[in-house]
Design a protein around this ligand. Structure first.
Ligand code: HPA
Length: 270
């Protein structure tokens, strides 16, 4: 993997991706943040050597280098999911690339269902811890020890200082920001009522199909990490409505201005 990483990083440096400080993964509900970035360079994923889609013509994701709130940032517009058929190593490859380009901090967003019924759709949740239910680890491969500590510590995967700053920004801007545990599932099917009951019992506040692999690899690389979920639906097993993807997207869009404020203000403080 090291050889592939070096090749990808050399390509991006040549393209002008020089010394980014912060990496951002734009999930559902944060796409608009890109409008705040002074873009210096952008490259389609399928033009980046060794990226998971390097041979796929139709993937519309882009890696963007630019300036946001006075910081050099590298932004993933579009992420890879396990449910699309990628491996966990594929899904997390861009995190390894951003780290080698020089980032010290990784910020992640996603859309999730609210398991904690005190949380309402359209609200935001700061991820304070997670549960990995994707059935494997992005660190489970031969040679991982050449890239970092195999037995990566996960006693505090999310950065306390960044989380405190997020909370004070939310307060100042009158944004509801819950805190909770995010559980990652494979998807792409939504959960059954019995699965929602189980997820609540094991301690989850929100459920989604991303983020945890990237967070694990960011910890493997000793990056500072924080993540925020936009809650798009309420997962009440006793009153469960059929999934409505349009409503999920609408809820993510509704929360987007608050997400953008949180991230922009946070980056100013880094
Ligand atoms: N389950 C899993 N992923 C999700 C959900 C959900 O209810 N809502 C948004 N992403």
């Amino acid at each position: 993997m090291l050889k592939f990483i070096t090749e990808t990083v050399d390509f991006l440096k040549e393209k002008g991706f020089e010394n980014p400080e912060v990496g951002i993964i734009l999930g559902t509900g944060l796409g608009q943040l890109i409008n705040e970035v002074d873009i210096i360079k952008e490259v389609s994923y399928n033009h980046i050597p060794n990226f998971p889609t390097a041979t796929v013509e139709f993937h519309k994701g882009k890696l963007i280098f630019g300036e946001l709130a006075g910081k050099k940032v590298v932004v993933m517009q579009g992420r890879f999911h396990l449910y699309e058929g990628y491996t966990l190593q594929d899904v997390t490859y861009p995190v390894r690339i951003m780290e080698k380009l020089g980032i010290h901090t990784l910020l992640v967003s996603n859309a999730a269902g609210a398991i904690n019924l005190n949380f309402k759709k359209g609200e935001l949740m700061l991820i304070e811890d997670h549960i990995n239910l994707q059935g494997s680890s992005p660190l489970a491969f031969k040679g991982v020890e050449l890239l970092g500590e195999r037995f990566t510590d996960m006693s505090a995967p999310y950065n306390d200082t960044i989380n405190s700053t997020f909370k004070s920004i939310a307060k100042t801007n009158n944004i509801t920001l819950h805190e909770g545990v995010y559980v990652s599932v494979v998807g792409p099917q939504l959960e059954t009522r019995a699965e929602y009951r189980m997820l609540k019992i094991i301690g989850a506040d929100a459920v989604g199909m991303s983020t945890v692999p990237e967070i694990i690899v960011a910890n493997h690389l000793n990056l500072k990490v924080a993540a925020v979920s936009v809650l798009t639906d309420e997962c009440d097993p006793d009153n469960l409505e059929p999934v409505n993807i349009e409503e999920i997207i609408a809820m993510a869009a509704k929360a987007e201005p608050d997400m953008v404020t949180l991230f922009k203000e946070l980056i100013k403080t880094l």
